[in-house]
Design a protein around this ligand. Structure first.
Ligand code: SF4
Length: 148
């Protein structure tokens, strides 16, 4: 799995401080995509287990969640990385442009954002959005937390 970059983010997962990975190779190519640099694997470098291990050590006690912005197209690698994060006691989240993902991935997630980007409907902070942010433990949709 290649990543374009990583960052610490505060708003993508409500009430969590997340280490976010921007995963390369998104096959969906939504019109108006805000991150076309993610459409190819070529713009990134490998997110190895060693790199994840190092980053989790560097950010120990500073983050509460690890967020993957895409990556479901590398299901086996993604599950391995998510499992490692869970073993470190961190929450896990995935943003996907799909309307659903395999339960084998969901089993390793606390939070899931689904739905492709539709500019005319807006993102999670829009009341008309087609996207949903779901707490998978409770099955509650938490979009209202993005619209406050
Ligand atoms: S899912 Fe996200 S990254 Fe992929 S094409 Fe759509 S908006 Fe861009």
């Amino acid at each position: 799995m290649n990543i374009y970059k990583y960052d610490i983010v505060f708003q993508e997962v409500p009430d969590q401080i997340s280490l976010a990975f921007y995963v390369c190779g998104c096959p969906l190519k939504c019109p108006g995509c805000h991150s076309p640099e993610l459409w190819t694997e070529k713009t990134g470098s490998p997110l190895t287990m060693d790199l994840l291990h190092q980053l989790l050590a560097d950010y120990k006690n500073k983050i509460t969640c690890v967020l993957f912005l895409g990556g479901e197209w590398h299901a086996k690698d993604l599950i391995s990385l998510l499992t490692h994060c869970q073993q470190q006691g961190l929450l896990t989240a995935l943003y996907t442009g799909l309307d659903d993902i395999p339960s084998s991935i969901k089993d390793h997630l606390d939070f899931l954002k689904i739905g492709p980007w539709r500019a005319e409907l807006g993102g999670l902070n829009s009341p008309t959005t087609n996207q949903k942010f779901i707490d998978l433990k409770t099955q509650q949709t938490l979009n209202h937390l993005f619209q406050r």
